[in-house]
Design a protein around this ligand. Structure first.
Ligand SMILES: *Cc1c(COP(=O)(O)O)cnc(C)c1O
Length: 421
């Protein structure tokens, strides 16, 4: 038979009995869907729209020369370990270097925590779901909260309770009322998840008083706290605030750290610092996922911390991002019409904008894109998707002049929407 004929026959056969791929997916897989906003934003990345939508660090901040030097050294001296499988808990010299670094920077005694390395904090979020969440368990998150955390936890079918935010972070007083109410109903919160410092998406930081109160509540109402701290080091103004983990004497805080925003996200190296008992369980859960975290990346991260490059590099990232943060806040001040509110982050990567009620930022996005600017509509950051008039703006990825121009275009878009109200 001719090749062409063969192919035609095969095609006919296939179309006669099309495979119903859907029937193969698990119930869980059927539930997960790509968000339409993400799809729209994907298109934006390739056009000349100024995108304030991203969540990426600026590649200019990647310490390429340092990484090059370290990589050569690692391959010359430690290739046997760097290219081999590692233990699930992580490369021990890195775990030790991180423990020392956290003790020095955050005043968290080495003796109080065990550290496990993970494939980015994202993996830790999934492990937390696996290890702690049974269907129906009550998990508290901030409103708004980190989108990828919602996605990671949701897979394990918790019941979410969301607590409002203000400029000082999570409204811990409202959390307390909620805890009391649940207690009366005989229910219990298992985990409170917080991005405590320069929150994604709002950019705000939980005050010290609230941190201390949250720890007290954890003890009083018997829950664990997951503190996600990817931005803690990126402070451009104001006074440093110790992590909640610093105030944790009982071992209730699971702290998540990552190299993604202070070295480079491509290595996929992060860490969990928590009570050894909790780490042990997470370690067992991780075994079946990936055996171990990227060993080569871990050895590079080890030298990066151990030789002091991290401490040297952080001020450089700050110097690079601060003018961008300033540019965004100045541009908002200059261009935004009255009645629009936004956060004034002292660090991190994002500003959160609140428009008057009645404006749906998801519907407004298309118009903004046609004017040459993109943002992330805030709705997806709320577990109950019940807030429509907010948006997240990123200031780390595009340069200052573009930020100004982007905010100007956005302000024009908003102004037109206001007229319609
Ligand atoms: C960027 C970010 C992370 C980092 O995730 P990795 O998997 O370590 O890259 C974690 N949490 C939040 C809130 C973030 O914004």
């Amino acid at each position: 038979m001719e090749m062409k004929e063969k192919l035609q026959k095969l095609e006919k056969k296939l179309s006669a009995q099309p495979i119903n791929f859907e029937s193969f997916f698990s119930k869980k897989a059927m539930e997960i869907k790509a968000s339409e906003v993400r799809e729209l934003l994907k298109l934006v990345e390739t056009s000349d729209v100024i995108s304030l939508a991203g969540g990426l660090p600026a590649p200019e901040t990647f310490p390429v020369e340092t990484i090059k030097k370290i990589a050569v050294e690692i391959l010359e001296k430690h290739a046997d370990k760097a290219l081999q499988y590692g233990t699930t808990k992580g490369f021990t010299p890195l775990r030790l270097a991180l423990a020392r670094w956290m003790e020095k920077r955050y005043g968290i005694p080495i003796s109080k925590v065990e550290i496990m390395t993970v494939a980015g904090s994202q993996q830790a979020l999934d492990l937390i779901g696996r290890v702690f969440i049974d269907p129906g368990d009550i998990i508290v998150v901030e409103a708004p909260t980190y989108l990828a955390a919602i996605q990671a936890f949701k897979y394990y079918d918790p019941q979410f309770i969301s607590i409002p935010m203000d400029d000082d972070g999570m409204r811990v007083d409202i959390l307390e009322e909620k805890l009391e109410e649940l207690r009366r109903q005989g229910k219990r919160v298992k985990i409170v998840y917080t991005v405590s410092t320069f929150q994604n998406p709002m950019g705000v930081t939980m005050s010290v008083e609230r941190r201390k109160r949250l720890i007290e509540l954890a003890s009083e109402y018997d829950f664990l706290i997951v503190e996600d701290g990817p931005y803690s080091e990126l402070r451009y103004s104001g006074k440093p605030v110790p992590p909640i983990k610093h105030f944790d004497h009982e071992g209730r805080v699971i702290y998540l750290g990552t190299f993604s925003k202070i070295l480079a996200p491509g290595f996929r190296v992060g860490w969990v610092a928590a009570h050894p008992h909790l780490i042990r369980k997470m370690e067992i859960a991780k075994q079946s996922i990936d055996l171990c975290t990227n060993t080569f990346g871990q050895t590079i991260a080890w030298k990066y911390v151990e030789e002091g490059h991290l401490d040297e590099h952080i001020p450089k990232i700050i110097e690079f991002y601060k003018p961008r943060r300033d540019a965004m806040l100045e541009a908002l001040e200059e261009y935004m019409p009255d009645g629009i509110r936004w956060t004034k982050p002292e660090g991190g990567m994002f500003v959160w904008v609140t428009l008057p009620e009645g404006i749906d930022t998801k519907l407004m996005l298309e118009k903004a894109v046609s004017k040459g600017v993109a943002y992330v509509p805030g709705e997806a950051f709320f577990v109950h998707r019940d807030v429509k008039n907010t948006m997240r703006l990123n200031f780390t990825y595009v340069p200052e002049d573009k930020i100004r121009e982007g905010v100007k275009r956005l302000a024009e878009t908003v102004e037109e929407e206001l007229k319609k109200l």
